[in-house]
Design a protein around this ligand. Structure first.
Ligand SMILES: [Zn+2]
Length: 136
């Protein structure tokens, strides 16, 4: 018994937030290589940060450029089908990111966002991670 059309199902699949994506795994590996230990998908903090450094009060999000609408990035073009649905959906994602960041900052956390497209240049990402984690 499957009441969903093929199109509806594929949209449902896409809606599920990706976990353990390739960019995320790359970032985790870099951070681990820098000697830092962290919690993954830490549910006790707003937004379930992808990497949480609780003792250091720092968190890292690895954001998909499309889902989180990376500004000015070519990966975030909106789909041509059902534009009103996507516009609302993606705007809500972006709004949630803003709220989550504020909440975390209120709790005294520093927040770093690594965009999916940035993981194409791992050296650069590593420098950013290093600077972020070493700062007080
Ligand atoms: Zn991007």
């Amino acid at each position: 018994m499957d009441k969903l059309t093929k199109a509806e199902r594929s949209e449902n699949m896409k809606r599920i937030r990706a976990r353990d994506t390739r960019p995320e795994l790359l970032v985790r590996r870099l951070v681990f290589g820098l000697g830092y230990r962290y919690r993954v998908h830490y549910r006790r903090l707003p937004g379930t940060p992808d990497l949480a450094f609780v003792g250091r009060r720092k968190v890292i999000f690895v954001n998909g450029c499309f889902w989180h609408q990376h500004e000015g990035c070519s990966n975030c073009a909106q789909p041509k089908t059902r534009p009103e649905f996507w516009m609302a959906k993606l705007a809500a994602n972006k709004e949630r990111d803003i709220v989550v960041t504020r909440l975390l900052e209120t709790l005294g956390y520093q927040v770093l966002v690594v965009w999916e497209c940035e993981t194409e240049d791992l050296r650069r990402v590593e420098r950013r991670l290093k600077a972020f984690l070493a700062s007080s």
